[in-house]
Design a protein around this ligand. Sequence first.
Ligand code: CTP
Ligand code: MG
Length: 180
Amino acid sequence: MSAIETVLLAVWIMLPAYLPNSAAVIFGGGTPIDLGRGWRGARLLGDGKTWRGSIGGAASGFVLALVLNEALAAELVPTFLPEFELLAALGLAVGAILGDMGASFLKRRTGRERGAPFPGVDQLDFAVGAFAVTALLAPSWFFEHVVDLGVLVVIVVVTPALHLSANFIGYKIGVKDEPW
Ligand code: CTP
Ligand code: MG
């Protein structure tokens, strides 16, 4: 595979995992997942993780994977890219939301208030979550398409850059409270 193909493949695979947390900002609000409950002196997750945001965000990532499958079937994108198995689509989208939620859990345990930055963790939590859940739900798809040194290197380098840009745009257009 050429370097350009590796970058395309990495971004393609991650698109259904990139969308959910941005979409959650739009859908978010209402009842928090932790229902306001605390644990060991701090909120379990905090008001930034809501049912609406989580379900709307995960559904957006899943639907995006279905749309990408249609684009692939219509040959609107290079045909070396893999189709998303339904369980892989689900794993990437739900895993991205769960990874971000796991980071909020860690933030609250380490005394960080809602919205406080957690450099490194903020940028990769959803990718780790997406991989973990996809590896569980669609192991053969995961090992065939994701477990590749080139693909993983691109994901680790490109993901924080995309994440920071998306958040900056969200902040500038007024849908996100902080620019990170
Ligand atoms: N959001 C949501 N549900 C999620 C993730 C995000 O409702 N599972 C919404 C919330 O309105 C949240 C906003 O998207 O405030 C921005 O998400 P994020 O930056 O992840 O949350 P924070 O408010 O910064 O909270 P935390 O410190 O827990 O990350
Ligand atoms: Mg935040």
